[in-house]
Design a protein around this ligand. Sequence first.
Ligand code: FES
Length: 352
Amino acid sequence: MARSRTQDRLASMRGLLKRFTTPLLPDDYSAVLNPLWSTRELRGRIEDVRRHGDVVLLEITPGWGVQTNFKPGQYIGIGVEVDGRYVWRSYSLTNAPDSNQGRFSIAVKAVEKGKLSQHLIGTASPGTAIRIAAPAGDFYLPNPVPAKIAFITAGTGITPVISMLRGMQERQEFGQSDVVLHHSVRSLNDHVFAEVLEQFAKDIRIHIRQTSIEGRLQAEDLEQLEPDLRQREIFACGPAEMLDYWQQWAGDDVAFHSERFSLQRSSDAEGGTIEFSNGGKATAASGTTILEAGEAAGIPMPFGCRMGICHTCVRQLEQGEVIDLLSGETHESGQRVRTCVSVPKGDIRVQT
Ligand code: FES
């Protein structure tokens, strides 16, 4: 694979530093000078923290080498040290690429038993150093923007849409598209982005639904409000059940896009025996990833985010086939695979 200019710059800086810093690694020195500099991993620093009920809004300054250009609607991965170990999660960006002085903005909602979200809600403070996985994701508006758009969101599912709206505003695209947003919140107290949405009230139609009073948004209600709903390009983000509901409603004849962060474990891969190059062996049932099976068998394997974004876990597939649950692609012998999201399709052999 061709190396990017940034990777080349990182490599040459690392080489240069190494000449002066051996036997210590360049990072041992660069981190002392500035915790945002690293030649090995992408870093950032939390600059601003605002709490809003069970949501915390974070402003992050990306460190050297982090790609700051992204498509509105994409997410970043963040890794934060919790109890001596880095815990990774991905969060949609809420800013647009050219706004916010090059910072990333994200909103983190407290999730029950969510190690990282609970940690950030409770203790995130300005100055905290974090790790970053570069912006990624397929949930963004096409260029040119569709003539008719319906955003259907719930809770913090609004976050990528906030970025899309900011992006449309920046690119002056509201005149090119008829946009409607239907956003559900439990109550108005949970409407974290109320003030932000007010800025778009003159450009798009916005409907806020309080589910504690009005119940969940149903397709028949929405089709009454928006008679041309099936002609609109739909962008949906929210809880998995909500996305399942609207995806089923859309069927094959409505242009439907959604953002899901949880791994869909169903695939054609039946599982199998995994042989590791260090001699270890594991068995993966259908839907079990190589990383999970290896760990269950006591085989030490590298990992970071455990959700396919940081590439720390990438290993060579030496024999057999696997399915990548995120991309749906089948990988064959000789390819490098993300062990945290890849499941065996029969017996395989993997480098450790
Ligand atoms: S652990 Fe991050 S991509 Fe697998």
